[in-house]
Write a protein that binds this ligand. Structure first.
Ligand code: ARG
Length: 463
């Protein structure tokens, strides 16, 4: 077993201690990034005349072969080493025994692991944003298809006021769009180099931290070496943004579950995104939407669990920080499998627009329009609310809807003529009276344009 330490120890680590503390099983996925960090470090050693140019070149070649070999399945990093850094050291020692012992000067696993994780998050995080942009685009496209479909909007899950299906779908788009921005903000702050910090206090070797950062594409170097090795807010921030995104996906998932129930009957999932029952032959279950609803719990757990690890840790590096990787990998893996499944479900779901329009014909959802009409005629809102409340009570007592009351009743209870009422009490007319940010057709058109621009922007941010 190759270790990165040992001189002062008289005994090998106990198997149970090693089994408990080792991270190779999960941190081996950082091998590419770890090799990139080590390569940039070798170049810095050469610039400081601590390694020959040719030695640094050979280190770079061996490490890039290592990456190719692991990718091609020719090399297995899963030995009995403590972690990925030790496993990389083993291969480097085997393949370059004359140079390998010089390469770690001035580099600690403390700055190395943070740099590798930041590099990993840079690319994995952008992959999440890309998948999220696809989900937003799927919702946008369905909204664009359904700008004329009227449905009841809900508060308290009770029919409230008419909206357009597009307006409702766009509401999900805007929430998810903010999530994408939050993730990108977190990624931008994570993009800073901790290298040059060593274990916690830098090194005496005159290594060029700015050059190392530039080689790895980090726009800045963290200014304080203690902070650089202790900081994991870049992980916490990404996890927090991922948890909020998970919550938004769960709300979308829940609506798919509701809308595809017979009770709502607003939508039917395509067969490809639904699941059958092992016992009941007729069932078509929304399992993917349910799991999207459930995964929020997991993503919140990743964020909350890691914050609990971080809380109260003294500066600088502590082994506790090794617990950053599993929640981060888990959150990224969860999102990368969930977002495409949700996008596919959204792309292929069939909306029952007739059922939505029938529900929107419930004249009660126009009660607010009637009250606002009375306000337009000069009645104080408090009185208008009361008057329309009386109209509603009368209609309910007769098992009728608002537009079905007699001219006499409408004029007695609210002082309006039947013609006026007919003009006010139409869902289609009601929609266009409610301008941006409401559901008017001009507003929806504007929202569609805003979201389309933002999706382009998010996708451009990946390049
Ligand atoms: N596996 C460790 C981690 O993920 C690497 C750093 C260990 N550093 C140390 N001084 N023991 O944090």
């Amino acid at each position: 077993m190759t270790k990165l330490w040992g001189g002062r120890f008289g005994e090998e680590p106990a198997p149970e201690a090693l089994a408990f503390t080792r991270s190779l099983s999960f941190d081996r996925r950082l091998y590419r990034e770890d090799c990139a960090v080590l390569t940039a470090h070798a170049h810095a050693l050469a610039r400081a005349d601590l390694l020959e140019e040719d030695e640094a070149r050979r280190v770079a070649i061996v490490l890039s072969r290592l990456v190719e070999d692991v990718e091609a399945g020719r090399l297995d990093l899963g030995g009995d080493e403590e972690d990925v850094h030790s496993a990389v050291e083993r291969v480097l020692l085997e393949r370059l025994p004359d140079v390998a012992p010089k390469v770690r000067a001035g580099l600690s696993r403390n700055d190395r692991v943070s740099a590798a994780l930041r590099l990993w998050l840079r690319s994995a995080g952008h992959g999440v944003v890309e998948a999220l942009a696809d989900l937003i685009d799927a919702l946008r496209a369905r909204a664009e298809e359904h700008t004329d479909v009227v449905m009841p909007g809900y508060t308290h899950l009770q029919r409230a006021q008419p909206v357009r299906l597009a307006h409702h779908l766009l509401a999900h788009c805007f929430a998810l769009e903010r999530d994408a921005r939050r993730l990108l903000d977190a990624l931008a702050r994570a993009d800073a180099s901790p290298l040059g910090s060593g274990a916690l206090a830098g090194s005496t070797l005159g290594l060029d931290a700015a050059g190392v950062a530039a080689e790895l594409g980090f726009p800045t170097v963290l200014a304080n070496s203690i902070d650089a090795v202790a900081a994991r807010d870049f992980v916490a921030e990404f996890l927090a943004a991922a948890a909020i995104l998970g919550v938004h996906c769960s709300r979308l998932g829940e609506e798919i579950v509701l809308w595809t129930s017979a009770e709502f009957g607003y939508a039917e999932l395509s067969d490809a995104f639904a699941t059958g029952s092992s016992l009941m032959p007729h069932k078509k279950n929304p399992d993917a939407a349910e799991l999207a609803r459930a995964k929020a719990g997991r993503l919140i757990g990743d964020a909350a669990g890691f914050l609990a690890v971080l809380k109260g840790l003294p500066l600088a590096y502590n082994r506790d920080l090794q617990e950053d990787k599993e929640p981060l990998f888990d959150a990224v893996d969860t999102l990368r499998s969930m977002l495409p499944a949700l996008a596919g479900a959204v792309r292929t779901i069939r909306f029952d627009v007739d059922a939505m329009e029938r529900a929107a014909e419930d004249g009660m959802v126009l009660a607010t329009d009637l009250a606002e009409y009375l306000v337009g005629k000069g009645m104080p809102f408090r009185d208008a609310h009361e008057a329309v409340g009386r109209v509603v009570a009368r209609a309910l007592s007769q098992e009728k809807s608002l537009p079905d009351l007699s001219t006499q009743e409408l004029s007695d209870l609210a002082g309006v003529t039947a013609e006026e009422v007919h003009e006010v009490l139409s869902a289609q007319a009601s929609l266009d009276r409610r301008a941006a940010p409401g559901p008017s057709s001009a507003s929806v058109k504007e929202q569609l344009e805003t979201i389309a621009r933002s999706i382009d922007d998010l996708r451009a941010a990946q390049r």
